[in-house]
Design a protein around this ligand. Structure first.
Ligand SMILES: [Fe+2]
Length: 239
């Protein structure tokens, strides 16, 4: 008995068919039963056939083989099929093309089959989720970066790294706690024009409210607060 989506091949003429409806008869081609192709899930030798599946948000990218499978006239991947909750999306390929596919889908169980004209049918359901770190312009615009002038700075009691800064942001004065105490003495910060994230939700640190975030860069040896190198009015929005 066949199963839905069973791939069968005629080993005489090369016909390949897929079962879309299960009947009772046997599939015959060139006068003999067609071979029911087994979905191989492990590499057997040096061939590179297993689909590699990467999901980034709603976009699924597939390549056949960690090292791409050859796409020569006599030996190539004929198709890639993505199956999402039983729904198939198939890309037919020709020699010379790259054995890759990209498709936008919703949520669901994903498996992928690839078909090599020499080495048969392969299947993988191993999906690597890749975090999409890109943001669009509208998301970037939500971050309210502003120039702030430090008018006072003291070490915070109970911490060897937190400094309590009072900063002028236009007409407003804010208190910001910054973990920069190992790299700056409070007095050397006073008067500097820095960059802050002005619309970060306030948060409590050691019983004190921090009303923004100071931008700074850090490597293994040092930390540097971002400062502006010309006189810029505090409160100005950075864009
Ligand atoms: Fe192959």
């Amino acid at each position: 008995m066949n199963q839905i989506k069973q791939i069968c091949k005629c080993n005489i003429c090369g016909n390949v068919v897929e079962v879309l409806h299960i009947g009772t008869g046997e599939l015959i081609c060139c006068g003999q039963p067609m071979e029911k192709m087994v979905e191989k899930i492990q590499e057997e030798g040096f061939e590179k056939h297993l689909p590699i599946i990467e999901k980034r948000g709603n976009v699924v990218k597939i390549k056949v083989g960690e090292v791409l499978h050859p796409m020569e006239d006599a030996h190539f991947i004929e198709w890639i099929e993505v199956i999402v909750d039983g729904v198939s999306y198939r890309k037919m390929l020709k020699s010379g093309q790259s054995p890759e596919m990209q498709i936008e889908i919703g949520e669901g169980d994903i498996s992928v089959r690839s078909f090599c004209n020499v080495h048969g049918l392969w299947k993988s359901a191993k999906v690597s989720e890749v975090e999409d770190k890109k943001i669009n312009f509208a998301q970037f615009e939500k971050i309210d970066l502003r120039i702030a002038k430090i008018i006072d700075a003291v070490a915070l009691d109970g911490s060897d790294k937190l400094l309590k800064l009072n900063v002028e942001v236009g007409d407003e004065t804010r208190q910001i706690l910054a973990g920069i105490g190992k790299f700056y003495k409070p007095e050397e910060l006073i008067g500097k024009s820095i960059v802050i994230v002005a619309n970060l939700e306030p948060r409590m640190l050691l019983g004190q409210e921090s009303q923004g975030m100071v931008l700074a860069a850090r490597d293994e040896q040092n930390l540097s607060v971002l400062v502006v190198d010309k006189s810029i009015t505090s409160g100005i929005k950075i864009s």
